[in-house]
Design a protein around this ligand. Structure first.
Ligand code: EPZ
Length: 439
């Protein structure tokens, strides 16, 4: 992969309109669900991003027929009989853990590595395993070998080496009443992927309420499943045959939120042509910070006519709370806002890594445990900074828009995992942005 850096000339208010790419965090569980049932699945408005590429690679290795042209992906899993995922494949994408539930649903067995931690946290999967065991799966966890332990200690925090393998047997699985100790998005999705093929009723209580899960359920119901949600409980009448479907991905709400925050940072105006809804927590905050919002026929126009005001105190939380995936982009806006703001990150223990890069741009940020205190500065200074992770990289682009001079952001390969083409999108919104091969 040729490494690129993003160059942005700050000080230009964004002004433009955009159509947002399909949702990364909805398409990943939907691709896993494409393993299930019979008949080809066609997914439209599929984002062309690194995480999708890595997921399709795994699906091909499992025996799926995969065809992709631009934003259309076609999967036929009828001949897929694989049940093992290699360490190096899984290491590229943590959400490969969703194939645990999908493979148990499809062929009642799965062998895959325990996904290691990543830049933002340890990312355990105990809730996934507890739910699947309540459905009757027998899952053996291979202890970390000495080598893994050695690797773990020296591993680059970005790409912690994989720990032991998981070996799962679903021969005796059955519908059950599952209660999650925490509303984990992935554990909820894995429970659905396994239970949808099990005859009988499964109830997932204390389930996550992220909209991406509703898109997974809508996708499965359009194939013949019988799933419904009542607030934070999901009811699955499993065992119905799943047929072919043509499904169109909705707009990515985190990418949408990123560009609304970019408009706030640059004191500009953006119009989202395919607004995805489901961003109430962010919209309320942006209005509190001085922005104005007009919504009509699925289009949303946002304007920040002046320097944003402090957001006072924001705490990330599971949906419908403020999304942790927008915490770093929000921090970038607050770095240039009036006044002092506090952010409390409650989901991922290592998701303040962007603060160090923002300080290089002149931001005044103090981290105390899970809280960040941000004292807004009139202007930031264009600098050379490095993306610490996917959303942190996007946050640095947001900060660069309100900085004096030119910023260079390296490590854009992280951002390409979730954003189709952030340079293209920001240019469409009026930014002066270009890419260079990283020296
Ligand atoms: C999904 O990750 C998203 N990824 C994340 O987006 C997002 O930040 C997260 O949900 C929260 O909204 C995808 O959908 C592919 P969780 P997931 O399980 O499922 C703890 C991005 O930038 N936990 O809801 O891994 C966990 O440590 C990515 O697009 C356990 O303790 O999130 C965390 O503290 C980053 N045990 C909390 O729950 C478990 O078994 C939330 O994790 C599972 C999770």
């Amino acid at each position: 992969m040729n490494l690129k850096s993003l160059k942005i000339k700050g000080g230009i208010p964004l002004k433009g309109e955009i159509c947002i790419q399909g949702s990364k965090n909805a398409v990943l569980p939907i691709l896993a669900a494409s393993l299930l049932g019979d008949g080809p699945v066609v997914i439209e408005n599929c984002p062309v991003i690194g995480d999708v590429k890595d997921t399709l690679r795994i699906m091909k290795k499992l025996g799926c027929a995969v065809w992709q042209e631009g934003n259309v992906v076609r999967v036929d899993a009828s001949a897929a009989d694989g049940f093992m995922i290699e360490k190096e494949e899984a290491a590229r994408i943590r959400s490969s853990v969703l194939f645990l539930g999908a493979l148990l649903g499809k062929i009642k067995k799965a062998v895959l590595p325990q996904p290691g931690g990543c830049a933002i946290g340890a990312r355990p999967i105990d809730l996934h395993l507890e739910s699947l065991r309540q459905l009757g799966a027998v899952i053996e966890e291979e202890e970390d070998g000495w080598e893994e332990k050695q690797n773990q200690s020296q591993a680059d925090p970005q790409r912690k080496a994989q720990s032991g393998m998981l070996t799962a047997d679903g021969t005796h699985m059955h519908g059950a009443r599952i209660r999650l100790r925490f509303p984990s998005v992935g554990a909820t999705e894995n429970s659905i992927l396994a239970a949808v093929m099990l005859p009988g009723e499964t109830i997932v209580e204390h389930a996550a309420q992220e909209p991406e899960i509703d898109q997974l359920c809508e996708f499965l119901n359009q194939r013949g499943a019988k799933i419904k949600r009542e607030k934070n409980a999901i009811f699955i009448r499993g065992g119905a045959p799943l047929g072919p479907v043509r499904y169109r991905m909705k707009a990515d709400r985190i990418v949408t939120g990123t560009y609304l925050l970019a408009a706030a940072a640059s004191r500009g105006t953006v119009m989202i042509r395919n607004f995805s809804q489901e961003l109430d927590a962010l919209l309320l905050l942006l209005e509190k910070m001085g922005g104005s919002i007009e919504e009509q026929d699925g289009r949303l126009t946002f304007t920040m006519p002046h320097r944003a005001r402090s957001s006072a105190f924001v705490e990330t939380a599971p949906y419908p709370g403020f999304p942790t995936d927008l915490q770093s982009p929000l921090m970038a806006v607050l770095a240039g806002a009036e006044g002092v703001s506090m952010i409390k990150e409650t989901l991922f223990e290592n998701r303040f890594r962007t603060a160090g890069q923002l300080v290089r741009m002149g931001a005044q940020i103090e981290i105390r445990g899970s809280c960040a205190k941000i004292t807004g500065c009139e202007t930031l200074v264009g600098s050379v900074v490095e993306a610490p992770d996917l959303r942190g990289g996007a946050a640095l682009a947001v900060a660069a828009l309100q900085s004096e001079g030119i910023s260079t952001i390296t490590g854009m390969e992280y951002v390409e995992r979730g954003y189709e083409d952030i340079a293209r999108d920001l240019r469409m919104l009026g930014a002066d942005v270009w890419e260079e091969e990283q020296k």
